[in-house]
Design a protein around this ligand. Structure first.
Ligand code: HEC
Ligand code: HEC
Length: 334
C-alpha cells in the first residue's frame, strides 16, 4: 500500500513536472530533442555490443562504429566512407545521432526504419562485405552471445531479425538533448548569445526553416538539392528517384538533420563542403537565391553550433572472445 502511494505520488510529480516543461517550450518551428522513451534495455545492451562488433564484417575489422564513430558525432568526418578492402564509398555517411527521428533512412529514404537499415551495411560488399548467414554463424559460435540472445529474445537460435532489432533499439538511445538551443527553447534566455539568436532569426526569416524544422531540424522531408540553382557535383547519386523511379524525384534528397552539425563535417551527400560557412553559403545561394554577408553567414554558423547537444555517454561494451569454431576473419583477398 505504501509502495503504491509512493508510486502514485511519483507519477503525479512527474506529470506535473512535464506539464510545466511543455508549457515553457517556446512556440518555434524547431522543437527540443526529448530523451529516448520506452526502451527495451536488454535489447539496448545487446545492440550496443553488436554496433561495436567488427566481426559482423568479412574482414573482422569494420564495425558500425568505424563509419558512424560515436566519439565523432556519429560519422566518419571524411567525404565518402571507406569500406571493405579500402574501397571508396559512393556517398557521405550521415550521422546516426538522432536518426530515430528520420522519416526514413538513407539519403534517398530507401529503408523505412532503423531496423530495416541495419541489415544493409553488414551484407553490402562495399561496406562490411559479410552476408547475413556468415554474420549469424559468427555470433552463433560464441557462447556468451548465444546466452545473451536467448535471455533477450527467448531462443538460442540467433536470427538476423534479432540482430537488426537490437541494433535499432541501441540506436534509439543515440539522441542528443540539452543543446544550448534547446535550453533556450525551454525558457533559459541566457543559453544563447546575441550572435546565436541573430543567427536563428536569419535562419527563420531567410526560409531555411521551410526544410530544416522539427526536433531534428531536418530529417522529415525530401527536398530538391538545388531548388533555385543547380548543385554542381561529380557525385552520380540522384537521390529519391532511385527509389520511386519518378523523374520529379531526381536530386530530391532527405533533408539532413542539423543537430550536432558542428561535429558532422564534411557536408552534403557528396561531402564536398568542408566547413559550415561553405555549407551555409551554398544553401543560401542554391536553395533560396540569397547571398549572405560575411557577418550574416557567421551568425547562422554560430546558431548552427548551438544545436550540439549531449553526446551519447556509456560504458564501452566488452565483446565476448571468438573461439576455434568462429569463422576466421578475412581482412585481405587471398
Ligand atoms: C563502410 C562505412 C559504413 C559502415 C560500416 C556502416 N555504415 Fe551506416 N552508412 C554509411 C553510409 C555511406 C550511409 C549513407 C548511405 C546512403 O544513404 O546511400 C549510411 C547510412 C546509415 C544510416 C542512415 C542515416 C540517415 O540519416 O539516413 C544509419 C542509421 C546507419 N548507416 C547505421 C549503420 C549501422 C547500424 C551500421 C552497422 C550495422 C552501419 N551503419 C555500418 C556508412 C557505413
Ligand atoms: C528547399 C529545402 C532547403 C532549404 C530552404 C534549405 N535547405 Fe539545407 N539542406 C536541404 C537538403 C535537401 C540538404 C541535403 C542536400 C544534399 O546533400 O544533397 C541540405 C543540407 C544542409 C546542410 C548540410 C548538412 C549535412 O549534414 O550535410 C546544411 C548545413 C544546411 N542544409 C543548412 C541550411 C541553411 C543554413 C539554410 C538556409 C540558408 C538551408 N539549409 C536551407 C534542404 C534545404
Amino acid at each position: 500500500m505504501k509502495k503504491l502511494a509512493i508510486a502514485i505520488t511519483l507519477a503525479l510529480t512527474t506529470a506535473a513536472a512535464s506539464v510545466a516543461v511543455v508549457a515553457a517550450v517556446k512556440d518555434e518551428p524547431i522543437k527540443p530533442i526529448r530523451p529516448a522513451q520506452e526502451l527495451n534495455l536488454a535489447q539496448v545492451e545487446l545492440g550496443k555490443k553488436l554496433y561495436f562488433d567488427p566481426r559482423l564484417s568479412k574482414s573482422g575489422f569494420i564495425s558500425c562504429n568505424s563509419c558512424h564513430n560515436l566519439s565523432m558525432g556519429g560519422t566518419d568526418n571524411i567525404p565518402t566512407s571507406i569500406g571493405h578492402g579500402w574501397q571508396q564509398g559512393p556517398i557521405n555517411a550521415p550521422t546516426v545521432l538522432n536518426s530515430s527521428l528520420n522519416l526514413a533512412q538513407f539519403w534517398d529514404g530507401r529503408a523505412a526504419d532503423l531496423k530495416e537499415q541495419a541489415g544493409g551495411p553488414i551484407a553490402n560488399p562495399g561496406e562490411m562485405a559479410s552476408n547475413h548467414t556468415l554474420a549469424i554463424e559468427v555470433l552463433q559460435s560464441i557462447p556468451d552471445y548465444v546466452r545473451e540472445f536467448e535471455l533477450v529474445f527467448g531462443s538460442d537460435k540467433i536470427t538476423i531479425d534479432e540482430v537488426t532489432q537490437a541494433i535499432a533499439e541501441f540506436e534509439k538511445t543515440l539522441v542528443t538533448p540539452n543543446s544550448p538551443f534547446d535550453l533556450w527553447l525551454m525558457g533559459d534566455e541566457d543559453a544563447l548569445t546575441d550572435k546565436e539568436k541573430a543567427g536563428y532569426k536569419l535562419f527563420k526569416d531567410s526560409g531555411c526553416v521551410a526544410c530544416h524544422n522539427g526536433a531534428a531540424v531536418g530529417g522529415n522531408s525530401y527536398q530538391k538539392m538545388g531548388s533555385v540553382e543547380p548543385y554542381q557535383t561529380d557525385n552520380p547519386a540522384e537521390g529519391r528517384v532511385a527509389v520511386t523511379k519518378k523523374d520529379a524525384d531526381r536530386f530530391m534528397f532527405k533533408v539532413p538533420t542539423l543537430r550536432n552539425v558542428e561535429l558532422t563535417y564534411p557536408y552534403f551527400h557528396d561531402g564536398a563542403a568542408q566547413t559550415l560557412g561553405e555549407a551555409v553559403e551554398i544553401m543560401g545561394r542554391i536553395q533560396l537565391g540569397k547571398k549572405f554577408t560575411e557577418e550574416e553567414n557567421a551568425q547562422i554558423v554560430s546558431f548552427l553550433k548551438s544545436l550540439t547537444g549531449d553526446q551519447p555517454s556509456f560504458q564501452m561494451p566488452i565483446l565476448p572472445p571468438s573461439n576455434e569454431n568462429t569463422p576466421k576473419p578475412e581482412p585481405f583477398d587471398s
